[in-house]
Design a protein around this ligand. Structure first.
Ligand code: SF4
Ligand code: SF4
Length: 416
């Protein structure tokens, strides 16, 4: 059935599905489209048929798989423990290998993921160019002339100035002399998009760790986590990045992540690499909220007077099972009123570059999220993934809401 490079076989895992349909109400694409083939059960049926050789034209099932956000809400809902994400990613890899997508769009996606996103220096250059286009007014012109599709232009927030995009210094960072040391050395993963768009989140993460007595190392040799390549059906390229990360973080016991998507992918290196090194690396990975909630804050955060809602990134709640820890930490922020909203675990429609590839469906899913947040009447939304921060922020702006979006770690910074 499957090749050895994608073992264990996705086919065996499709057999775990008993077709009960309990996952259907939780699937964002099924909620919007109401089509069985755009539900987890329908997609598993199609992937099983493909693995059994019952699909005459394998490319016919691709649109249904491409419309899947890989949000894993179906995994949380499934009583049979179906590993939907692994089935999807293995099937996409198989399709991409046997029937690679052709055309300009497919070429551009492959080029962007491997030659730009996976290479931090080129990504920095790209963002410097985008910033230049903005300050010269050319971005506005490109949008007006529809050089950039309207759906994409609407999503893109302003690029931060150079000072905010500057990378964290690599190497060792020591807590200030005034802080009691915990005697633990941790490593920080910096990823791809987080640095140019949310450099402030990295700086806040470092500040919080140092203020709480941890020694922090930022390894210079780290690479992109490879999540977007896995989602795009290119596990071989993702493995290359994963192996580089296993080497880069070899001398630390804890690898911390402030991006839910990257953290989830790195916790799955055991499956991706299929060896002991990958599994050992995965066991060292923690989301920053998971780690700080486990160890406890020794320095109180600064006061923040706001009514806020925490929104669970899919790859944190469904992918990593991390739900209570960010809320537990935010409850310690003086002045913060943390309120619940209706749909904290529903996908916001970001899903890596899904909102660029499927703008209409992502827009529909994003609007549902904003409606839920608007009903809660908050002035601050907190979520721990860069894609979710961008998607929620763009939809809030588009709907005319003056609501700020922040990463939870930004609220844990002690008073200056
Ligand atoms: S991963 Fe998300 S979008 Fe895909 S089938 Fe499961 S619930 Fe639906
Ligand atoms: S994936 Fe799980 S919940 Fe969904 S139909 Fe199959 S067994 Fe039922």
């Amino acid at each position: 059935m499957a090749s050895s490079s994608e073992s264990p076989s996705p086919y065996a895992r499709t057999l775990d599905c008993v077709h009960c349909g309990l996952c259907l109400p939780y699937c964002p694409t099924h909620q919007v489209l109401g089509v069985e083939a755009d539900s987890p059960r329908g997609r598993i049926y199609l992937m099983r048929a493909l693995a059994e050789g019952r699909v005459q034209d394998p490319t016919a099932i691709r649109p249904f798989l491409d419309r899947c956000l890989d949000c894993r809400a179906c995994e949380t809902a499934c009583p049979s423990g179906v590993k939907y994400g692994e089935i999807l990613e293995d099937t996409k890899a198989r399709l991409e290998r046997d029937r690679p997508q052709r055309g300009l769009r497919a070429f551009l996606v492959r080029f962007l993921l491997w030659h730009v996103v996976a290479r931090q220096r080129r990504l920095r250059v790209l963002f410097a160019v985008l910033r230049l286009l903005e300050i010269t007014g050319l971005r506005w012109l490109a949008t007006k002339l529809r050089v950039v599709p309207a759906a994409i232009a609407k999503l893109a927030p302003p690029v931060p100035p150079a000072i905010e995009r500057s990378p964290l210094p690599t190497g060792e960072h020591h807590p200030p002399a005034t802080v009691a040391r915990r005697g633990e050395r941790v490593a920080l993963f910096t990823g791809c998009i987080m640095e140019p768009m949310f450099g402030r989140v990295h700086r806040a993460t470092l500040q919080v760790l140092l203020a709480n007595g941890f020694q922090v190392v930022v390894p210079a040799a780290q690479r992109c986590c490879g999540a977007l390549l896995v989602h795009a059906g290119q596990p071989d390229r993702a493995r290359e990045l994963a192996r580089a990360n296993v080497r880069a973080f070899a001398d630390v016991d804890v690898v911390l992540n402030n991006s839910a998507g990257c953290g989830c992918a790195m916790k799955e290196y055991g499956h991706l690499l299929g060896d002991a090194d990958g599994a050992a690396f995965a066991a060292k990975c923690r989301d920053i909220s998971e780690f700080l909630a486990e160890r406890g804050l020794s320095t109180a955060p600064a006061e923040c007077r706001a009514r806020a809602a925490y929104d669970d990134p899919c790859h944190l709640c469904h992918g990593q099972g991390v739900r209570s820890q960010p809320r537990q930490l935010l409850a310690q922020v003086p002045g913060l009123e943390l309120v619940a909203h209706d749909k904290p675990e529903d996908c916001c429609g970001s899903a890596g570059i899904y909102n660029l590839l499927q703008p209409e469906l992502a827009g529909e899913i994003g609007r549902k999220k904003i409606e839920s947040l608007a009903r809660a009447g908050v002035d601050l939304v907190l979520t721990g993934n860069p894609g979710c921060m961008l998607q929620i922020d763009s939809h809030l702006r588009a709907a005319g809401h003056k609501v700020r979006v922040r990463h939870p770690i930004e609220l844990l910074v002690p008073p200056q």
